[in-house]
Design a protein around this ligand. Structure first.
Ligand code: ZN
Length: 235
């Protein structure tokens, strides 16, 4: 006998499959990132993260951005408000391929800011909106699910707020990938890394980019799940 009906998953089953899939993918990605950074931290270079950052800023004609040392692990970031490239202690003081890659990546963001790189401007414009959405979306979605049959508009608003945070995580992708591209091109061009170490810097930064890809896909999967509940509410 031929089964006419395929396997039908309920939204909850799909949610758990996605949830576990995203959790496993982000675990693999962060473990591989950690492994690569440890490994490339032991490949020496002649400049520390601080020196690399200062030189990259100078080479790009940026003289109003300061390089500072910040506490913690993987806390490296560029702050456009204070015009600072903040490097974690292990990057700031270390003279390794991993430190140079991170330092140059953060300077890549400073260069994006200086040259008014469009995706970065879009991302910055979305920050206050996303902060607002992030604060309220879970409550609105929860209320929306409870009121789904009598007042579906609440769930619609919740989905809209969630969609804004999903959009933000996707706009983050070109910004991060472009900063890494600028970093690798400069490291190689300025002779900080060579034929042997440039691919290592590239590989470390690619691993870092995957964490943003997984986060964006996870956010999209969640968004689709809520939309599925919303659309299927009359069933
Ligand atoms: Zn970045």
């Amino acid at each position: 006998m031929i089964m006419e009906q395929g396997i039908v998953f309920s939204p909850n089953t799909i949610y758990w499959i996605i949830f576990i899939g995203v959790a496993v993918a982000s675990w693999i990605v962060s473990a591989s990132l950690e492994y690569k950074f440890k490994k490339y931290s032991r490949v020496p270079l002649r400049m520390t993260g601080k020196e690399v950052a200062e030189k990259m800023l100078r080479d790009n004609g940026i003289d109003d951005v300061k390089v500072t040392c910040t506490k913690g692990h993987l806390t490296d970031h560029y702050n456009p408000a204070t015009q600072t490239v903040n490097l974690s202690e292990s990057v700031y003081n270390s003279a390794s391929v991993a430190a140079a890659a991170v330092a140059a990546h953060e300077c890549g963001h400073a260069v994006q800011h200086e040259t008014a790189y469009a995706p970065l401007k879009m991302r910055s414009a979305l920050v206050p909106v996303v902060n607002f959405a992030g604060k309220w979306m879970m409550w609105v979605l929860l209320a929306g699910m409870l009121l789904l049959q009598i007042f579906p508009a609440v769930m619609g608003i919740g989905i809209l707020l969630f969609a804004l945070t999903t959009l933000f995580s996707f706009i983050t992708l070109p910004v991060e990938i472009d900063a890494s591209r600028r970093a690798v091109a400069w490291l190689d061009g300025a002779g900080i890394t060579d034929a042997e170490t440039t691919p290592l810097a590239k590989s470390a930064l690619r691993s870092a980019a995957y964490t943003y890809v997984v986060a964006a896909l996870g956010s999209l999967a969640n968004l689709l799940y809520y939309i599925m509940i919303f659309v299927g509410r009359r069933d």
